[in-house]
Design a protein around this ligand. Structure first.
Ligand code: OAD
Length: 252
């Protein structure tokens, strides 16, 4: 059953000229990819983030860090986009077919938006499907099977430090320059901003919600839980991405 907020969001989507969607791990939760901070299923419940997702952790134990990321990569490859991902792809087609702009700014590294058919995805935190040589910076997309050795050897460099790391943003690292530029371009024409499945506590990604408000866009949030932005967005919709987004699409 659609809520009033869903009906208002659908009405706003019908007339929006520039739609930007910020997504987080909650968007992939229904594809069975664990989130970071949900107590029950959160990835971190078994691991200490500071021991795995930092350059220092990689320098200290590249084998352990790359093993954990390869385990996550295989989990992402085994996952399938769910109706919420497909609804966002349908929304992009609807908006762009009438000359509007549509951009997904995702914090996720799982590639599920692209596999659902979304064309304009900006990966703010990189991609677990791409790995790069620590000596040359050159990137590759490894075969969809587990690495055999850890840390995996680099195909671009034969020296002692010939190893690959995942092309994801670690704590303390800068976001990819081209992602920041593309996100800034998208926000220039944004008149409707949708935040889906993010706890909105990690910056600079969460800052795009503030920017949307500053540029006068109407804002909506889809999340089963409250976030620090729930009381500030135009429409705060409590619910799962896989339930809410298809319902909103049905109202368009
Ligand atoms: P979190 O795990 O911090 O938050 C997941 C959010 O999704 C929570 O607010 C949940 O309430 C919500 N959620 C859970 N199930 C959902 C569902 N079915 N539908 C919609 N929402 C649901 O994940 P992120 O906000 O993505 O950064 O975390 C942001 C960043 O923190 C990650 O990109 C990662 C981590 O450090 C880096 O790795 C650089």
């Amino acid at each position: 059953m659609s809520s009033t907020a869903e009906a208002h969001l659908a009405a706003a989507l019908r007339e929006a000229r520039g739609v930007v969607v910020l997504t987080g791990a909650g968007v992939s939760a229904e594809s069975k990819i664990p989130t970071f901070r949900d107590a029950m299923s959160g990835l971190w419940k078994d691991f200490d983030p500071m021991k795995l997702a930092t350059p220092e952790a990689f320098d200290a134990d590249p084998a352990m860090v790359t093993k954990w990321y390869d385990w996550r990569r295989l989990g992402c490859l085994a996952a399938e986009p769910h109706p919420g991902h497909l609804a966002l792809a349908a929304l992009e087609r609807r908006i762009t077919s009438r000359g509007g702009a549509f951009t997904i700014l995702t914090q996720n590294v799982d590639g599920l938006h692209q596999r659902a058919g979304v064309a304009n995805v900006i990966e703010l935190h990189g991609s677990i499907m791409r790995w790069r040589c620590i000596a040359t910076g050159m990137e590759c997309e490894p075969e969809p099977v587990a690495f055999e050795t850890f840390p995996p050897r680099s195909p671009f460099h034969a020296g002692d430090n010939s190893m690959l790391r995942p092309s994801v943003v670690w704590f303390g690292e800068m976001l990819p320059e081209r992602a920041i530029e593309a996100a800034a371009d998208a926000m220039e024409t944004c008149d409707l901003f949708l935040s889906v499945g993010t706890s909105s506590v990690v910056y600079p990604a969460a800052g795009y919600i503030d920017l949307a408000m500053r540029v006068g866009a109407r804002t909506a949030e889809v999340n089963p839980e409250a976030t620090p932005y729930s009381d500030r967005v135009t429409w705060s919709i409590r619910g799962k991405a896989g339930d809410v987004l298809p319902r909103v699409m049905d109202l368009l």
